[in-house]
Design a protein around this ligand. Structure first.
Ligand code: SF4
Length: 325
């Protein structure tokens, strides 16, 4: 197993523990605190970034009547939309340098899907929910790379998917850098070999196209491969195909395992296939056998070591949405 590259992760500053919310509190998130040492973290607080103080009168999104939203501060009547848009352009001026983002749910600035949108600057009438101004800009800039809010991180499967995509993209970035330093596609070929089982679990068709890109190796192969990798990892893995990949690996050890070990694996695989647990559980058994038997081909497969083991956990809210604010 090789060391994990540090992904570049954009984080809403209040999730990292800064007391920058409108009421002077933080929204420190235990998982964000856990993942931070394994990442190169860039924090941003869009509201203090445009000069609002702490504490500050609340701001809200107000529908503009044509599918968009304005950011206003009802107590002062200020329209903050232009200032926030300028902040977004400044912070996201080099989006290609980011591997992923964790943003605060339900915020009119940082929310990615669930911020309240009101009918007017005053009154309780709601027009629906949507992304905040910064959240929308991050989603557009990231072009399919992983962006999540902290509420979804409490769901084991969504968290596994997020971490797998994040650390795989960081590993690819490192291979891409090596390709340009060595003027060789060798690192890309090695990366693809390591990603084979992962891609077969996520998106087999895209994985085959990526294999052809590597084999053809024409000009622009790395950038076309990067775009395909982002597409392949955009949606969570397909459980049935992940079960196939795990069974394929299990085949390497079958003859060397006791009946009890085989039964333990098959039980955990059944739980994963039925949605009762995440892939990390049967994956950890395979990883332990890779170490025990020194199986070289599997040793480098990303699917069995997708993110730092210290981040693995079984806590699961089984919910995809944020806790009440
Ligand atoms: S949600 Fe975003 S804007 Fe609000 S305090 Fe947190 S980082 Fe700042």
């Amino acid at each position: 197993m090789r060391p994990h590259m540090k992904p570049v992760l954009l984080v809403s500053e209040c999730l990292a523990g800064t007391r920058c919310r409108y009421d002077g509190s933080s929204a420190e998130d235990p998982f964000v605190r856990r993942i931070m040492p394994f990442c190169e973290v860039r924090t941003a607080c869009p509201e203090t970034g445009i000069g609002l103080g702490v504490p500050r009168p609340p701001i809200r999104l107000v529908t503009d009547g044509s599918g968009g939203a304005l950011l206003v501060q009802p107590s002062t009547g200020m329209d903050l939309t232009a200032a926030m848009s300028a902040f977004c352009r400044q912070v996201l001026s080099d989006p290609g340098s980011l591997d992923g983002a964790v943003l605060k749910s339900r915020s009119p600035s940082c929310g990615i899907s669930d911020a309240r949108v009101f009918s007017g600057a005053d009154g309780p009438a709601r027009a629906g929910t949507g992304p905040g101004i910064f959240g929308r800009a991050v989603l557009e800039a990231m072009g399919g790379r992983p962006v999540i809010h902290e509420g979804r991180l409490s769901n084991l499967r969504l968290r596994e998917h997020f971490m797998t995509s994040l650390f795989t993209l960081a590993r690819f970035r490192s291979a891409e850098r090596e390709c340009s330093e060595r003027r060789s596609l060798g690192p890309l070929v090695s990366f693809h070999a390591s990603a084979k089982l992962l891609l077969s679990a996520y998106n087999r068709e895209e994985g085959r196209r990526m294999g052809r890109l590597v084999a053809d190796g024409g000009p622009g192969a790395e950038s076309a491969y990067r775009a395909a990798l982002v597409r392949a990892l955009a949606r969570p893995l397909r459980t049935g195909r992940a079960v196939d990949a795990l069974m394929h690996a299990f085949g390497y050890f079958k003859r060397d395992l006791s009946s009890a070990e085989k039964a333990l694996f098959l039980d955990s695989l059944e739980d994963f296939g039925a949605g009762r647990t995440a892939m990390g559980i049967p994956g950890a058994l395979i990883r332990s056998w890779i170490v025990r038997f020194g199986t070289a081909y599997l040793d480098d497969q990303i699917i069995f070591d997708p993110y730092p083991p210290a981040l693995a956990g079984t806590e699961d809210s089984a919910r995809g949405e944020a806790p009440p604010r």
